[in-house]
Design a protein around this ligand. Structure first.
Ligand SMILES: [Zn+2]
Length: 124
């Protein structure tokens, strides 16, 4: 899979935009999963580790530059994304009632990375 698209851009006031990302680290096996936001919303502090099934704890959106600045670090592409199916009636109907409630309250759901465009956040 090629990933040559520019992910960092500058506007006229020279601000830098980076993908809105978070990461989680597993308390048991130390596996780190890097997640990008397709939609903004509430996310849990703990998620299940995709590697060992243990508890993975949020970085609270404070990522070291090597994880937050994509240029030149293609090996560190997010493997998951937070998204919201709100407004997609068919997608919402397929969710469990608990997940529907979560989404209706502004929560987002986790899935494997797609081609969806990430949210960009301004830094600097
Ligand atoms: Zn683990």
């Amino acid at each position: 899979m090629s990933s040559t698209k520019r992910k960092m851009q500058r506007n006229e006031s020279d601000s830098i935009f980076v993908e809105y990302r978070n990461a989680y680290i597993c308390k048991s096996c130390r596996h780190v999963v890097l997640i990008v936001y397709i939609h903004d919303g509430t996310t849990p502090f703990l998620i299940e580790c995709e590697s060992c099934g243990g508890e993975a704890q949020s970085f609270m959106h404070v990522l070291p530059p090597v994880l937050s600045l994509p240029q030149g670090f293609e090996a560190l592409e997010p493997t998951k994304e937070w998204y919201s199916p709100a407004g997609d009636i068919e997608a919402m109907a397929k969710l469990t009632p608990a997940k529907q409630e979560h989404v209706n309250k502004g929560g987002v759901l986790l899935r494997d990375r797609t081609d969806a465009k990430p949210i960009k956040r301004k830094i600097g």
